[in-house]
Design a protein around this ligand. Structure first.
Ligand code: F6P
Length: 341
């Protein structure tokens, strides 16, 4: 078989390990041939491919990013759609597609599979917000990077007797904030799933300060304080009508400083969390998912994605995989909150 691979949506550490896992298993066990679509669905819609011989994947499990490039292109726009893609696949002799991507990618893959195309998926989300998989690769690396950054913020905060607010990724869910915040010993963790009042946050900061600590607040970018309605990350303009710069941490810092009297600084970690070398855990998970995606193709399991369930890899229908976001359960937040203040 000739299999096309694409990586789509925001990148994250581990994408190359998925590609390598699929290609090595596909060639060694089944004698498959592999090609890569360039820049996600853009390459699929444009029929833009490169060959992926075994030599191309040599040593790439440890490389961040994706050797195929990525984009947020919608395959149904810009002259795309199932007929165009089917024509390209026939012309190029491609029998099946492995689509590596997040919610948007898998939703598009579902629509294309419903139209008869042979596609299987590999879940990718640094935010870890897909319910159907216990963990997604890239998440462990992001948590590691965020934890190290927060540890560094702590030492400078302590020297200056300041409060620090670290903003981490997480548009809709707070998994990175929860894990990095717990690991780094944050005095408050703020996530989109939990409405917390500014009074409560002020109280946590003051309590930590009273005990002689430099208060550390970890906030997910999608957090909305009780007195706000729209997530800061979705606001186009700031309060002065200027294009929004910075994030929720920038907004909280002056507010907390005014309420606590403690000098407060904000740091937004941003795309640093998605860059660079994947952790060993992410490399292993990504490699296993890539290998399992080849099993999906061999088994003709179109319209399914591979997922981690406990320690095993299983195949889950796109429908089920997309049913809901994996939010931080109340129990997990309450558990972490015991340590706040
Ligand atoms: O969905 C993953 C994610 O990293 C979010 O946490 C973040 O809001 C978004 O992607 C950033 O997207 P972009 O790389 O397109 O700016």
């Amino acid at each position: 078989m000739k299999i096309g691979i694409l990586t789509s949506g925001g990148d994250c550490p581990g994408l190359n390990a998925v590609i390598r896992g699929a290609v090595l298993k596909g060639i060694a066990i089944h004698g498959h041939e592999f090609v890569g679509f360039l820049d996600g669905w853009r390459g699929v819609v444009g029929g833009d491919i490169i060959g992926i011989p075994r030599t191309l994947v040599r040593g790439i499990a440890k490389e961040g990013g994706t050797i195929l490039g990525t984009s947020r292109t919608n395959p149904f726009e810009n002259g795309g759609g199932p007929d165009v893609i089917r024509d390209h696949m026939e012309r190029l002799g491609i029998d099946a597609i492995i689509a590596i991507g997040g919610e948007g990618t898998l939703a598009a893959a579902k629509r294309l599979t419903d139209a008869g195309l042979k596609i299987v998926g590999v879940p990718k989300t640094v935010d870890n917000d897909l319910e159907a998989t216990d963990y997604s690769f890239g998440f462990d690396t992001a948590v590691q990077i965020a934890t190290e950054a927060i540890d560094r913020l702590r030492t400078t905060a302590e020297s200056h007797h300041r409060c620090m607010i670290a903003e981490v990724m997480g548009r809709h869910v707070g998994w990175i904030a929860l894990h990095a915040g717990m690991a780094a010993g944050a005095h408050a963790i703020l996530i989109p799933e939990q409405k917390v009042s500014i009074d409560r946050i002020t109280q946590w900061v003051k309590e930590a300060h009273t005990r002689g600590r430099a208060p550390l607040v970890v906030v997910a970018e999608g957090f909305v304080p009780e007195h706000m309605e729209t997530p800061h990350s979705e606001r186009g303009l700031d309060t002065f009508g200027r294009p929004r710069l910075g994030g929720i941490a920038d907004q909280l810092a002056p507010e907390l400083e005014a309420r606590t009297g403690i000098e407060t600084r904000a740091t937004i970690l941003g795309h640093i969390q998605r860059g660079g070398v994947p952790s060993a855990l992410d490399r292993v998970l990504a490699t296993r998912l890539g290998m399992a995606a080849v099993d999906s193709v061999v088994g003709g399991l179109w319209g399914t994605m591979v997922a981690l369930n406990g320690t095993g890899i299983e195949h889950v229908g796109f429908q089920e995989a997309l049913a809901q976001l994996k939010v931080v359960p109340q129990k997990r937040y309450d558990e972490a909150a015991v340590l706040f203040g």
